[in-house]
Write a protein of this length. Sequence first.
Length: 573
Amino acid sequence: MTEKILNLSRLQLSIIVAAVSALLFIPFIGNLHLFDWDEINFAECAREMIETGNYMRVYIDYEPFWEKPPLFFWLQVISMKIFGINEFAARFPNAVIGMIAMVALFNIGTTLKDKKFGLIWVLSYAGSILPFFYFKSGIIDPLFNLFMFLAVYFLYKTISSGNRYYIFAGIATGLAVMVKGPVGYLLPSLTYGIIWLLKRKDKVLSIKGFFIYTLFTILTASVWFGIELIMNGTWFINEFIRYQIRLLTTGDAGHSQPIYYHFLVVFFGCFPASIFIFKSMRIKWEEDQDSKMLRFFMLVLFGVVMVVFSLVKTKIVHYSSLAYYPLSFLAAYTVYSILSGKTELKKRNYIVYGIAALVPFILLILVPVLGIWKETFMPYINDKFVRANLEAPVIWGGYEFVPGLIYAALIIFALVLIIKGRVLRGYVVSATSTAVILFIFLPLVVPKVEGYTQRTPISFYESKIGKDEYVKVVGFRSYADLFYTRKPKHLSASGVGVEHKYWEDYLLNEKLDKPAYFVTKFDEEYINIRGEKKKWVEHPNLEVVEIKAGFAFLKRKNPETKLPGDNRREYKD
């Protein structure tokens, strides 16, 4: 990091950070279909807001969707109004959020220490694998995490800058609640409570301040929750609360993982920043009070996130993504302390670096190799559906593993620099190469992977845009049939006047006014009304249109005639 760069003003560096972030996060975000479930789910919620003109309540398939509040969808709506209903518009808000987050980290770091620390913090975050990737996605968590991080930072600021920061923390937390729900209040509040308990003798935090913080959280969240309550009563909010409790206490949608799951995700997914977090916990040199207290806040926040989501039954990769903020801070803190001569790396740190680098290196090499030479590996794959997926006509150039080889060379070079004591240069090489290689890898390889996993059914859905035909996924969970057919309300259960839980049975058995198509996996089974397991491709009311790349495309026989039921339950009025 040259003195010339550090001699630039804070404003100039903020503009540079924003510009570089834009160059990293915006390009190619529209070149790839949205992924099931979350990306398509959220984009569909925004699309249906536009379709219905109802921006106050969230719908999916034109039925109330109580899993998420609307704030993120409002941003997607604005984006879709500008760019159209497409992948770019769905992901663009997170690219902008990424720019804002990086500028915020730079300025917080600069205020705490200096511009060098601010830039190292930005590099730690943007140069790590999962943090970089999420800002190029259409999921809800980047906005959610930014508000919660800012809430914790403002709570920290109350110690040195007065009670007005309780108000700012409450507003940030209220916005987090409007993005994803009560967890947005739970995590900052737990952090505050633990710090209050551990530091109660020092009286750095107060119960009165916590009430002010909670009050402004409620006032901010009431911008939507209050209006929903007044306009529609308690039903929607009751269902929303029930869902949040179920998510915390039961394994959802096949996402029950071992208790150590998130520790592995964060350790390998946040390389190279994650290798420095252990060292940050052992720094004992004399610090100024502000730095020491923020480091304490970040350590507690990191611990809260990891413990809470390790205990929660439902475990999904991005649930622990709030940990990326304290982790990147602690990594930057360690690097900065090494540069200041206050601490040094040991041999075990180099070993940890090598272990952490293995997973991204293997994935960057292995994924293209499996695709290029898939015929060699096919006999060793036992899953029939996966084998059928791999039959999709995806063209590989044979060079897609080269970025992985380059990355391996750069990571080894960075390790050599670190071992030789040139820690900052080595860290810059490792973090920068991670961001750049991912920037290349995502548009080069991921579309080919998507060609195996979901492009075949999405192409079918896109062929139905504008056609007055019913399309329904059966046998597996998906939102792709909604977004990629641009499904209008009159083709939904509510548009026809049927209860949503009977919609599948209605399309299979009742007299219809238009053709009905079904998409399933080629070997997927259903249970008929006699309790027998049958394959969907053998359903007596359906005919096979095509079976391709593991997916079966079926059409309802004689839609103008009522047919005998053979599906999971008989249709009821």
